[in-house]
Design a protein around this ligand. Structure first.
Ligand code: HEC
Ligand code: HEC
Ligand code: HEC
Ligand code: HEC
Ligand code: HEC
Length: 381
């Protein structure tokens, strides 16, 4: 058992995070004279020169793509001087003051790229050129960038809540904040396991989530009963339990998960009219005005799809499938933006984002049960 943290330590973390994430983040200002040019740079590849392990993880994570075409395409129609409007997005997607300056330059047509690098290392680690990190494990505060200041706040889920949980003044739909991951986690049996334990194992900068097949497979358990064909009818059952996701599966309104059972022909083509499905998602209208349904799985909860249907005469097999569209909401959003203003500013980026959103879909689970085998089983148990 871990001893409870003394109240003073809790307060220190809270106070640290309040300072650390006060927005807008102040510009870094002048670097101390002792810093080399490399130590002064805020771009992730300069940190990567000395921290290759963190850089490799980050580069492959969505945090490094946080200013992709879907975000930039929408920002391009904002005036460079409308700082408040820009900040409504950059607060989470590219929060440094230097990134704001870079974005405003780019909006005026001047080449500049720090903002394009998304949620950079320095956004989480550097304030006024001082480097902050978790309590060191086996590292000695070196001489580089004047050493570093450590805080247990980096090992605390509240560090992530800044961007992954809407606060009291945030947007609420049907009584639930639009982003509610931290609160879902707090109410779950995982409340003692920090976000970092699952998303940054051994401090790796991975942040894998619903866009990653293996991560999603770790989060749920799928169980199937072998389908039974009897007297021209087919019975099958597909169940999915949230067995390892520390919050709702999925947590956001943007993904759509579909549990499906359908029959396919001998040449493996889906037979029209045989599909039955169950949607696991928090579905909202495109304008975010209305929650249409919420069938997400809380930690421990299970969804079951019972299939009972006539056996199609052309059927060669039954398919059991769990299909994930991580960017389902965005696909719809991009389509409506393109419909409304096909020649608007930023629409070539939105077109690229639309393609990208369609490509992220995958099968979390798929298995085909040939019917000949089933029939044999049935005839000769
Ligand atoms: C400064 C804001 C910010 C902070 C702090 C932050 N994130 Fe994120 N996170 C984002 C944004 C923005 C995205 C979406 C990036 C994109 O796709 O555009 C994201 C994406 C993710 C994803 C990928 C989601 C997916 O759809 O697959 C995971 C997982 C994640 N964050 C976990 C964490 C964890 C754990 C922490 C704390 C250690 C954390 N984040 C801290 C802003 C933040
Ligand atoms: C409180 C933090 C926060 C704010 C503020 C925020 N986002 Fe995000 N955004 C996220 C997180 C977290 C994700 C990843 C989860 C998801 O896909 O819903 C994300 C994902 C996205 C994505 C899809 C992924 C991608 O990179 O294409 C787009 C587009 C996007 N945000 C646009 C915006 C725009 C435009 C604004 C400003 C109007 C904005 N966001 C404000 C946190 C935020
Ligand atoms: C979303 C915020 C975020 C971003 C972006 C980020 N880090 Fe981290 N970093 C963390 C957190 C949180 C921890 C502590 C994790 C823990 O203790 O479980 C950490 C830990 C570290 C550590 C200590 C590692 C150890 O093994 O003790 C280093 C060094 C580091 N980060 C460097 C970087 C570099 C370099 C980048 C960019 C390539 C980067 N970080 C990007 C949040 C971030
Ligand atoms: C010239 C090499 C160099 C550069 C450039 C550099 N660092 Fe470091 N950093 C170090 C060394 C050396 C340490 C001391 C710990 C160690 O031995 O790794 C350290 C420590 C840290 C720590 C503390 C780790 C902990 O355990 O808490 C963080 C966080 C960190 N650096 C982040 C960054 C970020 C972010 C950047 C870029 C903005 C950066 N560093 C650029 C060499 C460098
Ligand atoms: C017990 C492990 C565990 C803990 C603790 C945990 N997560 Fe997750 N998280 C997962 C798994 C597994 C997935 C992939 C399945 C999914 O998308 O729901 C995931 C997905 C995500 C996603 C992707 C978006 C989505 O719609 O699902 C984000 C963002 C995220 N987690 C953030 C967090 C934050 C922030 C915390 C802490 C408040 C946290 N997670 C705590 C396991 C965990």
């Amino acid at each position: 058992m871990l001893a409870a943290l003394p109240a003073g330590a809790q307060d220190a973390t809270k106070a640290f995070l309040k300072r650390h994430w006060a927005f807008p983040i102040q510009s870094q200002g002048k670097a101390p004279k002792s810093y080399t040019a490399l130590e002064t740079e805020l771009s992730p590849d300069s940190c990567g020169a000395c921290h290759p392990r963190q850089y490799d993880g980050w580069r492959n994570s969505l945090h490094s793509h946080a200013m992709g075409p879907g975000v930039m395409g929408q920002l391009l129609s904002i005036k460079p001087n409308a700082v408040g409007e820009l900040r409504a997005c950059t607060r989470c997607h590219a929060p440094l003051a230097e990134q704001e300056a870079s974005l405003r330059k780019a909006l005026r047509g001047v080449a500049s790229d720090l903002h394009e690098q998304g949620l950079v290392c320095a956004a989480c680690h550097v304030r006024r050129h001082v480097h902050y990190g978790p309590p060191p494990i086996g590292l000695q505060p070196g001489k580089s960038h004047g050493g570093f200041v450590s805080s247990p706040a980096f090992e605390d889920g509240r560090f992530c809540a800044t961007c992954h949980q809407f606060g009291k003044d945030g947007y609420v739909l049907n009584g639930k904040p639009l982003e509610n991951t931290y609160a879902e986690w707090q109410a779950s049996p995982y409340a003692g396991t920090q976000c970092q334990n699952c998303h940054m194992p051994e401090r790796q900068h991975l942040w894998r989530g619903i866009h990653d097949v293996e991560m999603s497979r770790k989060g749920v358990t799928v169980t199937v009963n072998t389908p039974v064909a009897q007297s021209g009818r087919l019975h099958a059952r597909l169940a999915m339990t949230n067995s390892g996701t520390g919050h709702y599966f999925p947590t956001y309104v943007t993904p759509r998960v579909s549990m499906q059972i359908y029959q396919v022909s001998e040449d493996n083509k889906a037979i029209f009219g045989t599909l039955q499905e169950k949607i696991i998602a928090r579905q909202v209208s495109a304008d975010l005005d209305e929650e249409l349904s919420d069938t997400r799985l809380a930690p421990g909860a299970q969804a079951v799809l019972e299939y009972l249907a006539p056996l199609n005469p052309d059927a060669g097999a039954v398919v059991m499938r769990v299909h994930v569209e991580p960017d389902h909401f965005y696909t719809g959003l991009y389509r409506s933006l393109l419909d409304a203003q096909p020649d608007g500013k930023g629409m070539s980026l939105i077109r690229a984002a639309l393609d990208h959103s369609l490509q992220s879909a995958y099968d979390l689970y798929i298995k085909s049960y040939p019917l000949t085998q089933l029939d044999r089983r049935f005839r000769n148990p």
